[in-house]
Design a protein around this ligand. Structure first.
Ligand code: SAM
Length: 222
């Protein structure tokens, strides 16, 4: 629970984050900017880092994982070109902040987190904000959603050696997947679009640095 003064301070910091870190770096999708100005990022940050909620960098959320840098959340969301009727699969729930941004922009988010403690943390954060169009699953997201659903969009918020095959299968024709691909220290953020023939055409976005996607079709847990 935060006091009114704290709330005002956070609101000013949030407006500044959107103006300078996000719009200032070229994010132009007004819906993304509006939603990121509305969602209280401080609700997703652990007490230890509460004063840094609007800093221009990722922050630890426990268990060796991080909440992504706000600009990267905005960039990935903009690249998805979400529509209100879309259903999206998110791999790597983490704190749930990216999940909240997605949930405000489309019909339903299906989100998978490998670490059940983080899944519970994210569920509690979204619960406090009364965001209800989200279904959670704890498990290996590289294997896709555990029934045969197909998605309009897929976002992966951890670095993978390649696009996991089950995710390609669960993407609708014409659907988009945004995912960081590459090695341990630096990766390329890409946006793939699924063609009529089931292939993925790739657009390179920029270099990024994410924690590893660990699972059957990602990296091994070493
Ligand atoms: N977008 C999140 C946020 O805003 O807080 C940050 C995600 S964090 C960079 C990456 C997350 O992916 C971690 O929570 C990690 O446990 C999770 N992860 C790694 N491998 C996974 C897998 N195979 N399936 C599901 N989640 C996975």
């Amino acid at each position: 629970m935060v006091s009114f003064d704290e709330k005002d301070k956070h609101l000013i910091a949030r407006q500044s984050m959107v103006r300078f870190q996000i719009a200032g770096r070229g994010i132009t999708d007004k819906r993304v900017l509006t939603v990121m100005e509305q969602i209280p990022r401080e609700e997703f940050i652990t007490a230890e880092y509460g004063q840094q909620a609007y800093d221009d960098n990722p922050l630890p959320i426990g268990m060796g994982q991080t909440i992504s840098q706000p600009y990267i959340v905005a960039l990935m969301t903009q690249e998805l070109e979400l529509a209100a009727e879309h259903e999206i699969l998110e791999i790597g729930t983490g704190s749930g902040y990216q999940t909240a941004v997605l949930a405000k922009l489309c019909r339903k988010v299906y989100t998978i987190e490998r670490l059940s403690q983080l899944q519970e943390y994210a569920q509690a954060c979204l619960g406090r904000l009364k965001i209800e169009n989200v279904e959670f699953y704890a498990g290996d997201g590289t294997k896709g959603w555990p029934d045969e659903k197909q998605f309009d969009r897929i976002i992966v918020t951890a670095a993978s050696p390649k696009i996991p095959l089950p995710l390609i299968d669960q993407l609708k024709i014409g659907g988009k997947i945004v995912i960081p691909i590459g090695g341990d220290y630096v990766q390329e953020l890409i946006c793939g679009t699924k063609t009529e023939s089931g292939e993925i055409t790739i657009k390179n976005i920029c270099g990024v640095r994410f924690v590893k996607l660990i699972g059957q079709y990602g990296y091994s847990d070493e």
